[in-house]
Design a protein around this ligand. Structure first.
Ligand SMILES: [Zn+2]
Length: 116
């Protein structure tokens, strides 16, 4: 895989990582590694606030689960660049289509394996 392409991918993955971490830090507290704990919101002591707190907490947990999933895929792709096996399908060991990597730089399997 050519160096220029890898540099481009690395930059876009790093930007994505920073963006995901910034979004996560709005509602969650970072723990060890890539684990995040959702903060419980505090709107007040009345019953209405308590209901909103629980609702927002649930929403935040859902949003964070998706962000964390994205972040892990992004980190894994950065690690593959470092280990110089980026762009190799984890299932069939073939080269992942460059078009697919351009559209989704964190891709870890090729289109064929994805469809399966
Ligand atoms: Zn494959």
């Amino acid at each position: 895989m050519d160096k220029e392409f890898l540099e481009k991918v690395k930059k876009s993955l790093e930007a994505k990582k920073a963006n995901l971490e910034a979004r996560l830090s709005e509602t969650a507290k970072k723990e060890d590694g890539d684990h995040y704990a959702t903060r419980f919101p505090n709107y007040g002591d009345d019953e209405e606030s308590a209901v909103s707190e629980v609702e927002d907490y649930d929403t935040n947990v859902d949003i964070e689960n998706n962000l964390v999933k994205d972040l892990r895929a992004t980190n894994a792709a950065l690690k593959r660049i470092e280990e110089e096996n980026y762009g190799i399908c984890l299932k069939c060991s073939k080269q992942i289509e460059p078009k697919r990597l351009e559209a989704y730089p964190a891709a870890s399997v090729c289109l064929n394996c994805k469809k399966r």
